[in-house]
Design a protein around this ligand. Structure first.
Ligand code: ADP
Length: 499
């Protein structure tokens, strides 16, 4: 199909001269010696010249910098002669006021019939904005590169292994320490996993995968094989990095914690042995104490016997705490389950403690006639309650009362036991830590002068965990704390003999 276009009609439709003059680019025609013979309005406006100041008065080289003029002579002209065109040359054009702006210049020659170039027609695009953008991009790239180098320098300086990963968890950077440790030239997950102790591999993968999915910081302790083919403990920490609320990266470390772990293990072993070894002499001492109590002794000696009894009791409590901890750590905390009335147990605990101290009144905020049955280890639940009440007394030296409550949940399936005091309280940032083994709040604001091993809450939490439960705490500094936990109400059909 061919189109024949009526030229006259076309001229009425499109004003080519108007297009030439006001095009969004500059048009320039010059003779082979550079003399300008035609220029459009757009380019004149960019340059700040009047038409008369340019036509036949200026050469193309007058409009460009000296360096560009040299380039014109050495490359532009030979190129246009050889190729018949030049494309997108980058020049700086000089304005009348000597300011300059960057352009991309393309040119083709107008040739006579004999093929000799008579003039050169050039098109110029102002690329100031593009150049500006390119410069900004370059500056940002340089900044990012400098940041990256600084990060790499710092991380290489670090004695720990440092790594980063994309949001999906694919490791994309590791520091020098990694290469030294694993003796490989790039990160290979398979090689890394082979160095992880086989017993810790599943734990590591589970933590890694759940962490990556939940986008929450995670920590995991694992054993890695060192150059001497021995295993050492390492702590892997990973933290998601957010930009504008969006996760963009994971940053992580791998720190050698072998000496800390081993010293904790040695301490635990010592406690395990000591608690077992101390049990027998304490039992003998208690037996001798009982014999002495039954003997007819002068009144002055009875006073000492009473003191010995108090000291023996606290010694027994300490040793049994250590014994409990070593049982918990070796997974030997077994439960002796039965159905019993938690109300009755609470009453027993309150009576027992009330008989041994008179600084605090223990107030029952529950109805002693309500029988709530639970299916649990009676002895251990008593231990939990006694420990919580003793703590409530110990950490409220200025107060004179402690409250013990019991509530049934709305659906009647759980009983909640609450022990509240009006004492020193616990700082908010320590509320999670107090359940850790050996942790004691040493903050002066807490005024913690009471003695202890920092094991009670750890034991309580372990006992309750074994019951599929947990102890929680609400506390306000200098006002008091409320520790509470729940137990499922016993099903009559499954219940064992009641106590
Ligand atoms: P211990 O009492 O032997 O230090 P626990 O494990 O029972 O060990 O308690 C850990 C820490 O928690 C205590 O050292 C104390 O700082 C804090 N704590 C426990 N109970 C209370 C309480 N009722 N009020 C204030 N602080 C408490």
């Amino acid at each position: 199909m061919s189109f024949s276009v009526d030229k006259k009609l076309l001229d009425t439709l499109i004003d080519t001269e108007e297009l030439y003059q006001n095009a969004p680019c500059g048009y320039l025609s010059f003779l082979p010696d550079g003399t300008i013979i035609k220029i459009n309005r757009t380019l004149l406006e960019w340059l700040g010249y009047e038409l008369e100041e340019v036509l036949y008065k200026k050469k193309f080289t007058d409009l460009i910098s000296k360096g560009a003029a040299l380039h014109y002579e050495m490359f532009f002209r030979p190129l246009i002669n050889a190729n018949g065109a030049v494309n997108q040359l980058s020049y700086d054009i000089i304005k009348k006021n000597n300011a300059s702006f960057p352009v991309f210049l393309s040119a083709v020659p107008s040739k006579a019939v004999d093929g000799v170039a008579q003039a050169i027609n050039a098109t110029l695009y102002d690329v100031s904005e593009r150049k500006l953008y390119e410069r900004e991009l370059l500056i940002s790239k340089r900044k990012a590169e400098a940041e990256r180098k600084r990060f790499e320098f710092l991380s290489d300086f670090n004695p720990d292994i440092i790594w980063t990963a994309d949001v999906s968890g694919k490791v994309d950077y590791v520091n020098k320490r990694f290469f030294q440790f694993f003796n490989i030239s790039e990160f290979l997950a398979k090689e890394v996993l082979l160095k992880v102790c086989i017993k810790d591999r599943f734990k590591l993968l589970r933590c890694w995968n759940t962490g990556m999915k939940s986008l929450e910081e995670f920590k995991v302790e694992i054993r890695l094989e060192n150059h001497a083919q021995a295993f050492e403990w390492y702590l892997i920490k990973a933290q998601p990095y957010f930009e504008d609320g969006r996760p963009v990266k994971w940053i992580g470390s791998c720190t050698n914690i072998d000496s800390q772990v081993k010293s904790i293990q040695r301490r635990d072993e010592f406690i395990n042995i000591a608690s077992h070894e101390l049990k027998t002499p304490i039992t003998s001492l208690k037996a001798y104490h009982q014999i002495l109590q039954r003997m007819a002794l002068p009144e002055s000696s009875r006073k000492f016997l009473l003191r010995a009894d108090a000291s023996l009791n606290s010694l027994e409590f300490l040793v049994s705490s250590l014994f409990d901890v070593s049982n918990i750590d070796s997974g030997q905390l077994s439960l002796n389950l039965s159905s019993f009335s938690i109300t009755k147990v609470l009453e027993e605990c309150i009576d027992l403690i009330s008989a041994t101290q008179n600084s605090h009144t223990i107030i029952r905020t529950f109805n002693s006639d309500d029988v709530h049955l639970v299916y649990a280890d009676r002895q251990k639940i008593m231990q939990v309650i006694i420990n919580l009440i003793n703590n409530a007394i110990k950490y409220s030296p200025q107060a004179d009362k402690v409250e013990v409550g019991l509530k049934l949940s709305e659906n009647g399936k759980l009983v909640k036991i609450e022990i509240s005091d009006f004492g020193v309280g616990i700082p908010a940032d320590k509320l999670e830590l107090i359940f850790e083994k050996y942790y004691r709040v040493s903050d002066t604001t807490n005024n913690n002068k009471a003695s202890g091993l920092g094991l009670g809450l750890y034991i309580i939490q372990s006992i309750l965990k074994q019951h599929q439960s947990r102890v929680f705490v609400n506390s306000t500094l200098n006002e008091g704390s409320c520790f509470y936990f729940s137990l499922p109400v016993s099903n009559w059909n499954n219940s064992e003999p009641l106590s």
